[in-house]
Ligand binder design. Structure first.
Ligand code: SF4
Ligand code: SF4
Length: 136
């Protein structure tokens, strides 16, 4: 199952500030979340969340937030590979908890499946040629 992990910024207009959106994201959309920042003022509220879940649940959760009338900014975070730098050394294969890398038994080439990546960052630390890149 492809896992999506994204940071989003939510702005609540004053009349929506007491909506239990966090509760619904967890209960109705099976999303794990981490509240990174939450403030409330007389104008409304602002929250920064890290959401994690399947692509389908993530998309449904975002749709729910949009329909509720919240103002959403997606602060995307993803890991990509600079193919030109990769030397197929295989160092990333053993550290990846999501099995995002597969070694071809014949050619020894290391394929990267971005869909499996859970953005843990381990391959970035272990890659000697700095092929793996984190983007926000
Ligand atoms: S960041 Fe790297 S090590 Fe972590 S899940 Fe993604 S591909 Fe695997
Ligand atoms: S550790 Fe880096 S250079 Fe080695 S196979 Fe993985 S991405 Fe390629």
């Amino acid at each position: 199952m492809a896992v999506t992990c994204k940071k989003i910024s939510l702005r609540f207009p004053r009349h929506l500030a007491d909506r239990p959106v966090v509760y619904h994201l967890i209960k109705d959309y099976n999303l794990e979340l981490n509240i990174l920042k939450a403030t409330i003022s007389s104008d409304g509220g602002h929250m920064v969340l890290e959401l994690r879940g399947s692509r389908s649940d993530f998309d449904k959760g975002i749709e729910y937030l949009t329909k509720t009338g919240l103002i959403i900014d997606t602060l995307c975070r993803e890991v990509t590979r600079n193919e030109a730098r990769c030397t197929d050394c295989g160092a990333c294969v053993t550290v990846c908890p999501a099995d995002s890398f597969v070694v071809d038994p014949l050619t020894r080439e290391v394929a990267f499946d971005e869909e499996k990546c859970v953005v843990c960052g381990m391959c970035i630390l272990s890659c000697p040629s700095r092929s793996m890149e984190l983007h926000f």
